[in-house]
Ligand binder design. Structure first.
Ligand SMILES: Nc1ncnc2c1ncn2[C@@H]1O[C@H](COP(=O)(O)OP(=O)(O)OP(=O)(O)O)[C@@H](O)[C@H]1O
Ligand SMILES: O=C(CO)[C@@H](O)[C@H](O)[C@H](O)[C@H](O)CO
Length: 477
């Protein structure tokens, strides 16, 4: 087993935290090997901290996220952790967490080495947060960016807090995504650093000039001091300030990446590959030709967005809000109905039974449009079920739900468009896909292109791979 030049990748996802240890493997066609990996459910959903926020709020408790991370790292062999020379971090995009500089975390004694615990830090207000209504978003200034602003985007959330509960922001002087927060804490950064991947996901960021829309924001009273400094994705943010789970003090930490870009990086072997990632949400992404520049005005009705990737390139992305989370909602509904009938059933049993039932039901007329959470380009269009026949078995419903998730995505980014971009093959990733044979079948049925399925810790592997391939030989920027 390789024990030199190991990189650690961490992905702070919506449902789970994942970590992977990677080593160089010159004899493998990929050039790397995954030495160990681990995933832990974060179970971080929390009630809103701000009293005015309504039922659409989606917040997560940062201490739960860090606890899941600690569990992942504790599960790795210490011999491998000792050889870590770089840490790459990615996570759920768009969301925002606030903290007080110098007091954002505490290092508590946890056995062999100190453990990171939250200090003066808010909840994470996630990308799934729905507090910004269409009317509220329409009242915000027009961004000078090719990306429009949706609910759950950091800058929209900050505007909402500013207008509805300005007191909430008072104790804090720094903000970032939750993965920017982790990087800032590991390195003791005096000001958070953010890659353009995450900055674009907050809104009011111009990817061409690589700058925030500071004037537009300032003239609307936005607290611009909360905007992080920008750094290149793939560059080094700093070095760890202490030994952490046997990882030596002074280890390089990369600027945090978006989970979308990190997943794509882990499995896009060629520029002609498209990546289909199904985890909590779903993304279908392909490389834009080098030199591609998106139109400079936002189009809120466009189902495809162009997100920054590496080295000034872009990904064309259909990012659906309705993916594995819709299946998870269905599973929780079944558990609740069963409980209402006086019975108890385990979540894992429900997943395996519904998947088994749908494997028996190879086709269905039932049609489910699964957009329970709306889509960013169609926030008010919710889910629907049509063509209901008397045979409404679990198998029919599960198959129709899986098919609906895939068809909804393809209605946003049709295969024809992928082919025009030169896509020749689709790589499937994400744990909602790898754990669900029915979803895989529906993906294979829907794509008239060769399909290849990757691993299920992709964003963590991507974050580690960026460190392995792009950082270790570079000087800090
Ligand atoms: N036992 C199971 N069998 C099959 N699928 C499952 C099972 N448990 C969870 N899932 C699916 O996996 C999804 C969670 O995927 P994952 O753990 O990759 O989330 P995540 O990485 O936190 O998401 P993201 O990276 O988008 O934030 C759930 O939404 C659900 O659809
Ligand atoms: O699914 C996510 C978090 O678990 C998001 O970060 C998505 O990756 C993101 O919404 C999308 O890819 C781009 O908008």
């Amino acid at each position: 087993m390789a024990a030199r030049g190991i990189t650690l990748g961490i992905d702070l996802g919506t449902t789970s935290v994942k970590a992977a240890l990677l080593g160089a493997a010159p004899d493998d066609p990929s050039g790397f090997e995954v030495l160990a990996s681990c995933a832990r459910a974060a179970r971080a959903e929390a009630a809103a901290e701000s009293v005015v926020a309504g039922p659409q709020v989606r917040e997560q408790d940062v201490s739960r996220i860090l606890q899941a991370l600690n569990e992942c790292l504790a599960a790795f062999p210490w011999q491998l952790l000792r050889s870590v020379v770089g840490i790459g971090v990615s996570g759920q995009m768009h969301g925002v967490v606030f903290w007080k500089t110098g007091q954002g975390c505490e290092w508590t004694e946890g056995g062999i080495s100190p453990v990171l615990a939250p200090g003066a830090v808010s909840h994470l207000i996630t990308w799934q947060d729905g507090r910004c209504s269409s009317e509220f978003l329409a009242s915000l200034p027009q961004p000078k960016s090719h990306l429009s602003v949706a609910t759950g985007f950091g800058c929209a959330t900050i505007f909402w807090l500013l207008k509805n509960c300005p007191e909430f922001l008072k104790p804090y002087d720094a903000a970032g995504t939750v993965h920017d927060y982790l990087v800032a804490m590991l390195c003791g950064l005096p000001r958070p650093l953010m890659s353009d991947q995450n900055a674009a996901s907050w809104g009011y960021f111009n990817t061409q000039s690589q700058s925030w829309n500071v004037e537009i924001l300032r003239s609307s009273g936005f607290p611009v001091h909360l905007l992080p400094d920008i750094a290149k994705p793939g560059s080094v943010a700093g070095r760890t300030t202490r030994v952490w789970f046997e990882i030596p003090k002074g280890t390089k930490v990369g600027v945090a990446l978006g989970d979308l870009q990190a997943s794509v990086y882990s499995c896009m072997a060629q520029r002609t590959d498209a990546v289909l990632n199904i985890s909590t949400s779903v993304q279908l992404a392909a490389s834009m030709p080098s030199g591609f520049q998106p139109a400079q005005t936002p189009d809120p009705a466009a189902p495809v967005a162009y997100f920054p990737y590496f080295d000034g390139t872009y990904l064309g992305v259909a990012a659906s809000l309705n993916g594995g989370n819709v299946l998870a909602m269905f599973v929780h509904m079944l558990i609740q109905w069963t409980a209402d009938l006086g019975l108890e059933v385990e979540e894992s049993t429900v997943y395996s039974r519904i998947i088994q039932a749908a494997m028996q039901q190879t086709d269905t007329h039932l049609t489910i449009t699964p957009t329970v959470l709306g889509e960013r380009h169609l926030p008010d269009q919710l889910a629907s079920v049509t063509r209901i026949s008397p045979d409404l078995s679990l198998g029919h419903v599960t198959r129709a739900l899986c098919r609906g998730i895939v068809q909804n995505l393809l209605s946003m980014l049709p295969v024809r468009q992928l082919q025009e971009w030169g896509v020749q093959r689709v790589v499937g990733s994400g744990s909602a896909l790898s754990r669900n044979e029915v979803l895989k079948q529906e993906v294979q049925r829907a794509f008239p292109l060769p399909m290849f399925f990757g691993q299920d810790v992709d964003a963590a592997v991507g974050a580690a791979l960026v460190m392995l391939q792009r950082n270790l030989s570079q000087k800090e920027s």
